[in-house]
Ligand binder design. Structure first.
Ligand code: ADP
Ligand code: MG
Length: 353
């Protein structure tokens, strides 16, 4: 009998966390690891707290786990390792226990060796099944793996395989739709996808950056000053909006003509990859471009589709129940998915034994 430390992702917002792909993936992960009489200790974070913050506690998840796993998960509220260890020791074999938000523990995001050692002392073996965090070095997903036998979880393995299949061999005509705000993440991906995909359709701040380089006056719109676009600027397969919605001096969404043009290209595609909203979707009516694009993507029943990114999934409001019959894959990862597709090293994967 042993105790397995299982890193899952519970970085989920909204009123129905159990509908999110991240939660569903966590449930499958727990199911696959907790088959025998070993004890399983779950490690996960939520949000960006620096210390204990009641609204970012993981406790509410026990209710959802109970509903979806049909078994009790014991929540350990302490941040004190002596007390945590006592609770784990007391628990009967076969128990699944959930630690409090790992980011409540000092040293988590700075990858503290001391904290990693404390986490590692709680179990015999470490399994990482948290894709959305693999591009970060945290005590509970990086340093810990150096201290004990460690491996990739089944969910993480499957998701990387699915991403590989679609992104490395897209079926033509293929379109990658890239929007959103995190420019430095996205440029590497665009460069990497360009040789494989027929067209890259841009929206959001990413589009603004390329529009500016193409000589368009973007006023005070969000864009990335520091980015080196090189030959991307003149590449005809990198498609920028032809019109846009503005407020004051800022481009906040793609325009109607652009929506029509993108819709046609999406309808013809056999492979679609999408990350990043087309506009400032949090503010109506600038959610329109993103919502129309989402509709167009969903309407294509023939294509292989991957959609990823925290905000992208939030605004498209897709959940796995609705998608069971379609060929759409929701990636749990945002930045991590992009980094993987861009061919960057993912520290929390590289460190596993
Ligand atoms: P994801 O989380 O799906 O990877 P990002 O975090 O990169 O996506 O981008 C989402 C953010 O980008 C949203 O907050 C959205 O409001 C913002 N955004 C998109 N387009 C614009 C724009 N034109 N101007 C300002 N913000 C934008
Ligand atoms: Mg985001």
């Amino acid at each position: 009998m042993m105790t397995i430390l299982l890193r899952i992702n519970l970085d989920i917002t909204g009123n129905h966390p159990d509908r999110s792909p991240r939660f569903r993936s966590a449930v499958r992960s727990i199911q696959s690891v907790s088959k025998d009489s070993n004890k399983v200790v779950l490690l996960a974070h939520r949000g960006r707290p620096r210390r204990r913050e009641a609204k970012l506690s993981l406790k509410p998840f026990t209710k959802y786990f109970y509903r979806h796993l049909e078994r009790k998960i014991k929540f350990i509220p302490h941040l004190n390792f002596k007390k945590i260890r006592k609770d784990i020791d007391k628990a009967p074999n076969g128990s699944v226990l959930l630690l409090e938000n790992t980011r409540f523990f000092p040293g988590e995001t700075s990858n503290s060796p001391k904290l990693a050692k404390d986490f590692a002392s709680l179990g015999d073996k470490y399994i990482n099944d948290d894709l959305p965090t693999v591009h970060h070095k945290n005590a509970s997903n990086y340093e810990i793996a150096k201290l004990m036998p460690s491996s990739m979880g089944s969910e993480l393995k499957k998701e990387l395989k699915d991403l590989d299949k679609l992104a490395k061999n897209p079926k033509s005509p293929s379109v990658a739709i890239i929007g959103g705000a995190k420019m430095d993440d996205k440029l590497g991906v665009i460069k990497r996808l360009l040789p494989k995909f027929d067209l890259i359709l841009l929206g959001g701040g990413v589009a603004n950056t390329v529009l500016k380089a193409r000589g368009v006056n973007i006023g005070k719109s969000l864009y990335d000053k520091d980015v080196q676009l090189g030959s991307l600027t003149s590449n005809q397969r990198v498609v920028t909006p032809v019109d846009w919605e503005v407020k004051g001096d800022r481009i906040l969404d793609i325009g109607k003509e652009t929506i029509n043009e993108y819709e046609e290209l999406i309808a013809k595609a056999n492979t679609i990859l999408w990350n990043g909203p087309m506009g400032l979707f949090e503010e109506k009516p600038f959610d329109r471009g993103t919502k129309e694009i989402a509709k167009a993507v969903l309407a294509n029943k023939r294509a292989d589709i991957i959609i990823g990114g925290g905000d992208t999934l939030k605004v498209t409001k897709l959940n796995e129940d609705e998608l069971k019959s379609s060929k759409i894959l929701l990636s749990t990862g945002g930045g991590a998915m992009l980094n993987y597709l861009a061919g960057k090293k993912l520290p929390a994967i590289g460190v596993l034994s």
